[in-house]
Design a protein around this ligand. Structure first.
Ligand code: HEM
Length: 522
């Protein structure tokens, strides 16, 4: 009898159910299901619980490296913290030993899938190619023909020419404005783009020229840089994939044909040459033989990636260095002394001098420590197999990040971590004299470590150190306070971590300036 009454009630209810009610009940069921899945999702690794559906997505917006460091402290999870970004499981460390385990583990030799990177063809370049034969081949080709010590030496003249043009432009800008204040970002970006265009395509633009090709490439790189630096919700919330709410997909699909057209035209020109003219990287890729031969679309992806990756990192690091020199005039004057002592005033500085400019090297290290261009090492790693990190089980498919910014400011590791003190790398008692930044010591590894560490690190360091030395030989850098500019060390995290307010400084002739500087740089 009771059963009959229940059935009748149910029947009555269901007949009143409109389509809207049905959808409401369905959505509620999905929500409850996801909620249970979320609450079931426990890990032995400490970390913030996050919200249903989105997890701890808020940690990745804005200055993610600061937020993650604060969360790790409040969860007492500095060694290893776990959280979720929508459906992505993430682990992150602020500890150098655990960082070493992650970055050097073969389990973490892959990159997580990122829609914008794939749309912009980076999965066919080195950065996002899945770990395997293709990625290994590309690394080998790039290591031999672009990043080897011999190749870096061969391109010294090119960096010298570009540096000379940069010096000329600094002078010119100063005169143009009628004040001594110069905003340096645009110039540094032009110089490092020009450097990559020369190495990769054999193109030699004058820095002050606004020819159509270099202007177009600059626009393409800027757009790609912005797209790749954005936190794309659909990477973590696949159920949003149909909507392209942030417009990232549509912007990528507009950009890619332009990149293809641009790079293909340069490849075609190279093909048309009877003999390779420049020995640039495009010539190298066209001359590959046997199983190394790349399809045209892969070649486009690799060439575009090199231009793209080599441009912003160098410019961003140089801007941080100049900012620190303006803020710490005592450091700048020690650098001037070193230049006069090592190089003298009878000639311009060369790249071979850099080995003897030990204080300059310490300054670059100190800037990399306080302002690593990739505070979370730019691109994360992906576990391809189940593994164990710091005694915890980590499942295949987990994304791993290293908070290098937090490691570099950890008071347990660094004495007076927030002080800008390059001398720490010069004083024997501090034990940091021979510290390498190339990835063997995870207390300071701004280029990452292990098999996916930055292949361009030597080229990047050579370029930055030499250009800073050359600029210092020509100018003294001062604050532009009288023009209303101050040096603001606030950051903005895009693909790299930049100064939020572009640096504007005042130039004066350097006391180390060689008598014949202008002519000998040509
Ligand atoms: C100051 C300069 C630079 C910094 C701070 C820097 C930093 C980094 C970092 C942190 C990574 C990720 C490493 C990891 O996962 O362990 C990386 C990867 C990479 N960098 Fe650099 N980089 C610089 C210059 C360059 C230059 C000049 C190039 C090329 C011309 C370049 C090309 C690449 C590529 C292709 C990857 C991906 C490597 C892979 O996945 O196998 N970088 N870089």
């Amino acid at each position: 009898m009771t059963t009959n009454i229940d059935t009748l009630w149910l029947f009555a209810l269901s007949t009143k159910c409109t389509t809207i009610n049905f959808f409401f009940i369905f959505a509620l069921a999905c929500f409850i299901n996801l909620f249970f899945q979320w609450s079931k999702h426990k890990s032995t690794i400490p970390g913030p619980r996050g919200f249903p559906f989105i997890g701890s997505m808020h940690l990745m917006s804005g200055l993610a490296h600061h937020k993650i460091a604060t969360a790790a402290q409040s969860c007492r999870a500095n060694r290893l913290m776990a959280f979720s970004l929508g459906e992505t499981r993430v682990i992150v460390t602020c500890n150098p030993d655990v960082a070493k385990d992650i970055l050097n583990s073969s389990a973490f030799a892959d990159r997580p899938i990122k829609e914008s990177a794939y749309s912009l063809m980076f999965n066919r370049g080195i950065g996002f190619a899945p770990y395997g034969v293709y990625w290994r081949t590309l690394r080998r080709i790039a290591a031999t023909h672009l990043f080897s010590p011999k190749q870096i030496k061969v391109s010294e003249d090119q960096r010298m020419v570009i540096c000379y043009q940069m010096v000329e432009m600094f002078h010119h800008k100063q005169q143009q404005r009628g004040t001594n204040s110069v905003c340096v970002r645009e110039l540094l970006k032009r110089a490092s783009l020009s450097n990559m265009m020369w190495s990769v395509f054999g193109r030699r633009y004058r820095l002050d020229s606004n020819d159509v090709e270099s202007v177009e490439m600059r626009k393409l790189v800027d757009e790609g840089y912005e797209l790749l630096g954005m936190l794309n919700w659909t990477d973590h919330l696949p159920w949003l994939a149909d909507f392209d709410l942030q417009g990232i997909r549509s912007r990528c699909s507009k950009l890619v044909p332009k990149v293809n057209r641009f790079v293909k035209q340069i490849i075609d020109e190279h093909r048309g040459q009877l003999v390779p003219l420049n020995g640039d990287f495009t010539d190298v890729l066209l001359s590959l033989e046997g199983s190394d031969i790349l399809s045209e679309s892969d070649m486009i992806a690799v060439l575009w990636e090199m231009i793209f990756r080599g441009t912003d990192t160098v410019a961003v690091l140089m801007e941080w260095i100049l900012a620190r020199l303006v803020l710490h005039l005592d450091v700048q004057s020690k650098l001037q002394d070193e230049l006069r002592r090592v190089v003298g005033r009878s000639r311009v500085v060369t790249e071979s001098d850099v080995t003897n400019l030990v204080y300059l090297q310490a300054v670059v290290k100190e800037v990399l420590r306080l302002h690593p261009p990739g505070p979370l090492l730019s691109w994360a790693r992906l576990a391809i197999t189940d593994t164990t990190i710091d005694g915890h089980d980590v499942a295949a498919g987990t994304t791993a990040m290293v908070n290098m910014w937090a490691i570099c400011r950890d008071p347990q590791i660094w004495k007076e971590p927030l002080q800008f003190r390059p001398e720490r790398f010069m004083i024997e008692a501090e034990g940091l004299m021979n510290m390498s930044v190339m990835g063997s010591d995870l207390r300071l590894a701004p280029f990452g470590s292990g098999r996916r560490s930055c292949p361009g690190k030597s080229l990047g360091m050579t370029t930055v150190t030499f250009w800073v030395a050359s600029l210092l030989q020509e100018f003294e850098f001062w604050r532009s306070e009288c023009d209303g500019y101050n040096v603001d060390l606030s950051e903005v995290l895009k693909l790299s971590c930049e100064m939020a307010n572009p640096l504007t400084l005042t130039l004066r002739p350097s006391p180390s300036r060689p008598i014949t500087a202008a002519s000998s740089r040509r």
